[in-house]
Design a protein around this ligand. Structure first.
Ligand code: TYD
Length: 134
């Protein structure tokens, strides 16, 4: 069972000029960061995700606004609301995820362990389920 989905808290340096958060691959996240991507201009009724990955690990942040992530490891389901730019959600390989309830102006940033590779995706839920239980 891949119950490794968890929140990761990044450091914050606060002073009267504002807050600063940083992230180091292999230190604050459990992999070397090979890719960063972000979602923005997301319509509030949009649903994203709907896939799992063979190898990819990710940490997802709401840099601005908020959204919900629904997590399914093939055995149990859980959900998280991200709204704090210093708190990310670590998602291991072989985890089905769906994202919705985006607030107006939400920005979702994702740190990823590998470069983009469509062959790494499970986009079919039943195929994911079989793999997750193998
Ligand atoms: P997808 O991962 O399905 O988006 P989400 O999970 O946020 O709903 O990707 C959407 C499209 O963007 C798909 O055609 C693949 C492409 N894409 C890239 O080309 N590079 C990337 O790094 C990512 C994440 C997606």
């Amino acid at each position: 069972q891949r119950g490794h989905t968890r929140m990761i808290d990044l450091p914050v340096v606060s002073d009267p000029r504002g807050d600063l958060t940083f992230v180091e691959g292999g230190n604050h996240v459990p992999f070397d960061i090979r890719r960063v991507y972000y979602l923005y201009n997301v319509p509030v009724d949009s649903e994203r995700g709907g896939h799992a990955h063979r190898e990819l690990e990710q940490v997802v942040f709401a840099l601005s606004g908020s959204f919900r992530i629904k997590i399914d490891d093939g055995f149990s389901k859980s959900e998280f609301v991200l709204r704090n730019p210093k708190r990310g959600l670590y998602i291991n390989r072989l985890i089905w995820r769906e994202m919705d309830n985006f607030s107006q102006g939400a920005v979702c940033m994702v740190l990823a362990s590998h470069r983009y590779d469509e062959a790494d995706y499970y986009r079919d839920y039943d195929e994911f389920l079989a793999a997750s239980r193998a």
